[in-house]
Structure formats: C-alpha cells, structure tokens
Design a binder for this molecule. Structure first.
Ligand code: FAD
Length: 391
C-alpha cells in the first residue's frame, strides 16, 4: 500500500460515511477528507427543521467529535476546496495551492442550492445549505420578518413550517399547480397545498415573479398576475445542482452529477463518487438516477468505502426520503413518477394516511404521512424495486 491513500473531496454525509466505513472495513491506509467548510462534517436535515427553532442545540448537528477522527487517523483538511483533478497523475489541486496525490479519490462534494439571476443583486435574499445559512434565517424568523419563499419543494415547505411555528408571516410562490406536483401528482400535491394553507401560509400556485422592487434590498415583488407581495426577506428554494464544476478538464462531465456504477466507480480509474454529487446506477430503472437525499448519500458513501476496501457490497436499497412539517413526519419510498394510479388509505384531513402508487397493479412508491409504523410493511411490498431491471 502506498502512502497517499484515499482522498475524499467534500465534507458532508457521503464523505463522513465513506471515511468511517473504510476504517470499519479494515482499511489501514491514509484517509484525508477535504472540507470546503470551516468545520467537521455535519448533518443538513436539521438545518430546515430543529435548527430553525427558538434555541436549538447546534452541537447536535455534528456527526462526530474531534476525538473520533483522531482515534481513527482520519485527517480533516478544513476550509479547503478541491479545485482541479488530474486523473493521469492521480493528483488533486486544492484552494490552499497544494497538490495532493491519491491512490483512490472519492468525489463527495455534494450539491449547491440553485439561485435565480434576477435576485442576485439584492442583499436580503438567501438559500439554505449551511449552518451559517440556518443561523441567519433563524434570526429573521424569530424577529417575525415577512418571508417570501420562492419554490414549494421540500426545503421551501419545511422553512414555511418553521416560519409559521416562529410566528412569522410567510408567502410561498410556486410555478407548479401544486407543491411537488411533478413528483407526487395532483392529488397528493393538493394535500400538501392544504396542509400549508391550514397553517396560515399564503401559497400562490402556478405563479412566477415578474418584477422585483427595491434598491439594495428586495422590498416587494409583483407576480405574473399583477399581485404585489411585500417582503423583508426572500428565501430561494428552487432546487440544487451537483457541486462538480471543479471537475472541468478532468475527463468527467462537470455539467451534472457524476455517473457511477453500483459500487460508486466513475469512468476514471481509481476515482469514485457518492452522495449528491453522484448519479448511481439504478438496476430497477436500468439507468443512472440522481437522488439528492440523505439516505442514499450515506448509503453511497458506504458503498464506495466497501468497494475501495474490497469488502462485499451491501444489498441494494430502496430510494427513500423524509420530511418533517408542522410536527408531522412524512416519508417516501420508491419511484412515484412511474405510477399510473394512486390510492389513499387513511384520513388525509387528520394528517394520517398512506398514498400507495402503482403501475399496472404493481406498487412502485408510497408516501406515508404520520404513520411511521406502516413503513416496514411497505418496504416489503416495494422490495421488488431493488430486484428487477426494467426492459
Ligand atoms: P453535502 O451534504 O452537500 O456535503 C458536501 C460538502 O462538500 C459540503 O460541506 C460542501 O461545502 C463541500 N464541498 C463542496 N465543494 C467542495 C470542493 N470543491 N472541495 C471540498 N469540499 C467541497 N434529505 C432527506 O432525505 N430528508 C431531509 O429531511 C432533508 N433535509 C434537508 C434539509 C436541508 C436544509 C438540506 C440542505 C438538505 C436536506 N436533505 C434532506 C438532503 C441531504 O441533506 C443531502 O442529500 C445530503 O446532505 C447529501 O450529502 P453529501 O455528502 O452528498 O453532500
């Protein structure tokens, strides 16, 4: 074994799982984790949930303490970005001006929130990805700033819920006819719309922003139907893009998530990718699929570690995610986009139901609201999604 070992570019969940799984699998070489942020890897889901509460315990977001990394000889290189990759020389350039050699490289640089160019000049516009973003947003919500959220995806919805809990007025503007319409369809999207309306969110669907008013700060916007909305702060929740521009010139396509096989291997020798920066091959769909969710980021980080340590691969898992809104847990499994039918069992009005999506009578996805105990059985019913390959 050489001395360069594994270099992991990126310091999020995928990087964390990869590093710790490498040690657990008996890998004894050097492990360096390059983190663009000035702190050790931490968890992001709480940033749009607990961390927006009145006085959260910020230490709870860290995955591990300093002694964990020291005890396992995992070197964290903080405040340092990977800036370029030379796969022939097996070297990585960093923002500190250094070149790091590697035996195996793991691309785990995650994703970055999309922005909207029209809002770029204004001071009171933000996105939510880091602990610093969450701190700033928390202060605003608890000062009852009038919040305008652009986009009713999961981040926009969770921030709207946190804002209402803090007593802040919230308007959400969404282009689609219902939140998550493209993913979950009109019926369940309509349920999400009613959820927020019942909690006092002003939800404006099928609308876009036509004009922004203000000087250095956004003071108001006018929508495409002429309606004017005053705001103290604008949060953009318009999705994320894989953070892979630094791979330009490496031989990998730097315009989107890095395609990898089921063990996380890219087209380049000794280069792997995991998490929000990667698109793993999905044997059921028969193609590379982007996840952008927590469970798969962790699972993929571990899968790469197993491949590097020459350990057996874990069995394939179902695609899944969760969201917490107004004290209700919402869980999702599978591929609802494949469905031709959705059946609801339970009481949507009481925030207690399962929506089962099927195609040709075969279940392909489930949305579970307020019923975490239903999950194990649904996992079994959907297990075929991890076994089959579409023709
Ligand atoms: P990231 O967590 O994005 O970590 C990547 C790290 O790499 C970052 O620290 C970044 O600064 C760093 N980096 C970027 N570029 C470079 C570079 N060139 N060099 C070095 N480092 C670099 N998922 C769910 O399933 N359920 C949820 O409820 C949920 N809630 C969420 C709430 C919020 C506010 C956010 C932001 C995400 C949420 N997610 C949720 C998504 C989930 O957190 C992500 O899928 C997961 O964090 C992806 O992990 P990752 O390690 O791939 O990337």
């Amino acid at each position: 074994m050489g001395t360069d070992g594994v270099v992991i570019a990126g310091g999020g969940l995928a990087a964390q799982r990869c590093a710790e799984t490498l040690r657990r699998a008996g890998y004894e070489g050097r492990i360096r984790v390059l983190c663009a942020e000035p702190r050790a890897p931490y968890d992001r889901p709480p940033l749009s949930k607990e961390m927006l509460g009145a006085s959260p315990d910020e230490s709870a977001v860290g995955f591990r303490g300093q002694d964990f990394y020291e005890g396992r000889a995992i070197e964290l290189v903080l405040d340092t970005r990977a800036t370029a990759l030379d796969p022939v020389a097996q070297r990585l350039r960093t923002s500190a001006g250094e070149e790091l050699g590697y035996e195996q490289l793991v691309i785990a640089t995650g994703s970055a929130p999309r922005t909207l160019p029209a809002f770029a000049p204004y001071e009171n516009v933000s996105t939510l990805r880091t602990l610093e973003d969450a701190r700033r947003l928390r202060e605003l919500l608890h000062a009852h700033a009038r919040l305008l959220i652009v986009g009713a995806g999961f981040i926009g919805q969770e921030v709207a819920a946190a804002a209402r809990a803090a007593g802040a007025p919230v308007t959400v503007v969404e282009l689609e006819p219902a939140p998550l319409h493209g993913l979950l369809g009109a019926e369940i999207g309509g349920w999400f719309a009613r959820l927020h309306q019942e909690e006092g969110v002003e939800l404006l669907l099928g609308r876009t922003i036509a004009t922004i008013h203000g000087g250095r700060r956004v003071e108001a916007v006018t929508l495409d139907d002429g309606r004017r909305i005053e705001a103290d702060h604008v949060l953009l929740g318009v999705g994320v893009s894989p953070d892979v521009a630094w791979l330009e010139g490496s031989g990998l396509d730097a315009s989107g998530a890095v395609p990898v096989d089921e063990r996380g291997r890219t087209a380049l020798e000794n280069v792997y990718a995991a998490g929000d920066a990667a698109a793993f091959f999905d044997p059921f769909l028969g193609r590379h699929a982007y996840s952008g969710h927590w469970e798969s980021a962790g699972r993929q980080g571990a899968a790469v570690a197993h491949a590097i340590a020459d350990a057996p691969a874990a069995p394939p898992a179902l695609s899944s995610f969760w969201s917490d809104q107004y004290g209700t847990r919402i869980q999702y499994l599978g591929h609802a986009r494949l469905a031709d039918r959705v059946e609801v069992d339970g009481d949507p009005g009481a925030r207690d139901f399962v929506a089962l999506y099927s195609r040709d009578g075969m279940p392909v996805a489930a949305l579970v609201v307020g019923r975490p105990k239903a999950l194990p059985e649904l996992r079994e019913r959907l297990a075929h999604l991890t076994e089959r390959t579409t023709a």
